[in-house]
Design a protein around this ligand. Structure first.
Ligand SMILES: [Fe+2]
Length: 493
């Protein structure tokens, strides 16, 4: 391996930090590396060519007030594969907010768990307002450019997926009518090259939906009127429809009046889905109702005759109560504990002719962060690759391949003290079957104080990784990620 540190960022986190989401497996990285010819245990398949990218909430400063794991500055970790060899890079997402805090040498905004009015700056981003857009939530590659985005809405930052060079902000965000910008979970349809986007805010109509074409131009944007401010996190699409949601977990309207943003789950309000033709208008939206829940992530959607099928993770307890005996710092973060939220795969069916809704659970196993073969997004599919959570924590301890046709599941446990990341599927070059490809995940190994990229054959998950690629240092745990093939990168327009 040849490696070099290309930059070190000045952090003001306390030396004796004891925050559970800034230490241990969540200890952030402040050095930016370039490393080539990485050491491999096993063999990198010759037909794995492309880039695996993962975004990370990686704090440089503590937030003003209480720190939440979603407050950290964005950092991309990248590994690229070509001809059986691997290279690694990591870079901060150099957001405007991060730059301002670097210049000030201190935090300027409160995090998600504190009051907006305690921020030092009057301006800021996010549906709540006066927070930092860290662009730390999501990453996808569209038209050969890596795009990062933030869960509370904001700008979309662009980076070169190979070099991680800063390419500035996507200009189409300023044309999108949402006053807060774009939410994380922009959705890529590889079949058309389109990017489907949404944004939400505390002002009417409360949500917008739009389409960015394959060349990166905003070509469609509509209002999605909601009854009030909502907290959607993700959207879905099929070949012909976009699906937005109005979930009954949102900021208490009376508390917003008082300047506090306190999420509550309203058990008596149904879950609502807005189904709209992908280039349809506000008048074309069809609304469907279902059992009350919150859904962080959708898995996929597709059409079958008059029915639109939507799969996602149903939270059986979206607002878990305090539990006796849980230490305070962890009790505060129980709403990111999959085990407490009871997130299970679920299927909704919407009849586009009669307006009927049907729903059913797809598994008894608690899991989330589902990935599929990206080439069949929006179409009928069979396999999903999901993460299991370490109870009590926001950490992924295992990986499940679920066959949604037969209901069978295969499980791989990373091992005690080893945590993985959201695990995308990389189709094998020349693949013909849906699961003919590889699964990739970055690990944080607390036993060996190191990180690896594990490569699995998706048809043989339980056999364990076929290759382990060593990174130059242990990296923080992190979440959303994507795979993009060398072929797709070469076709940038
Ligand atoms: Fe997410």
């Amino acid at each position: 391996m040849s490696s070099s540190i290309v930059n070190t960022i000045h952090s003001t986190l306390p030396v004796d930090d004891d925050h559970p989401y800034r230490t241990g497996a969540w200890r952030p990285n402040h050095r930016e590396w370039d490393a080539d010819d990485l050491v491999v245990e096993g063999e990198i398949p010759a037909d794995l060519n492309g880039v695996y990218l993962r975004n990370t909430e990686n704090p440089v400063h503590p937030s003003i007030g209480m720190y939440h794991p979603f407050d950290g500055d964005g950092m991309l970790h990248q590994i690229s594969f070509a001809n059986g060899k691997a290279s690694y890079r990591n870079r901060f997402v150099r957001t405007d907010g991060m730059q301002m805090e670097q210049d000030a040498g201190e935090p300027l905004w409160t995090g998600f768990y504190d009051l907006a009015q305690n921020s030092k700056r009057e301006d800021g981003w996010g549906a709540r307002g006066r927070m930092k857009d860290s662009s730390s939530t999501d990453v996808i590659v569209h038209n050969g450019v890596a795009l990062t985005s933030f869960w509370q809405c904001g700008d979309v930052y662009q980076m070169d997926p190979m070099t991680l060079a800063d390419m500035g902000k996507a200009d189409w965000v300023s044309q999108f009518p949402s006053p807060t910008g774009v939410s994380a979970h922009t959705k890529l349809d590889e079949a058309t090259g389109e990017l489907l986007i949404f944004g939400y805010s505390t002002s009417e109509p409360f949500m917008h939906y739009g389409v960015v074409d394959a060349q990166g131009k905003l070509v469609h944007a509509i209002d999605v009127p909601l009854p009030g401010p909502r907290l959607p996190h993700d959207m879905a699409f099929s070949e012909n429809y976009a699906i937005l949601n109005d979930l009954p977990l949102f900021w208490d309207p009376a508390m917003i009046e008082l300047g506090a943003h306190v999420p509550r789950f309203y058990r008596d309000i149904p879950t609502r889905f807005a189904v709209v033709p992908r280039r349809g208008n506000t008048e074309d939206i069809k609304w469907f109702e279902a059992d009350p829940t919150y859904v962080l992530h959708w898995i996929n959607a597709y059409e079958e005759g008059d029915w639109l099928i939507l799969d996602g993770f149903f939270q059986h307890d979206p607002m878990p109560a305090k539990r006796e005996g849980t230490p305070k710092p962890l009790s505060l973060y129980r709403s990111v504990d999959l085990d407490r939220l009871q997130t299970r795969p679920h299927r909704w069916r919407f009849n586009l002719v009669t307006g009927e809704t049907k729903e059913e659970s797809l598994s008894d196993r608690v899991m989330e962060f589902g990935m599929i073969n990206p080439q069949i997004a929006g179409k009928n599919y069979r396999y999903t690759y999901n993460m299991t959570g370490k109870p009590g924590w926001f950490l992924f301890d295992g990986l499940v391949k679920q066959d949604v046709l037969t209901g069978t599941e295969e499980f791989y446990f990373f091992g005690e003290g080893v945590f993985g990341s959201e695990t995308p599927f990389a189709p094998r070059t020349g693949a013909t079957a849906e699961d003919d490809g590889y699964l990739l995940t970055f690990t944080t190994d607390m036993n060996r104080d190191c990180s690896e990229c594990l490569i699995f054959d998706a048809t043989r998950l339980t056999d364990g990784p076929i290759a382990r690629v060593r990174l130059p240092e242990r990296i923080s745990s992190g979440t959303h990620s994507c795979w993009t093939s060398a072929e797709a990168l070469a076709s940038r327009q």
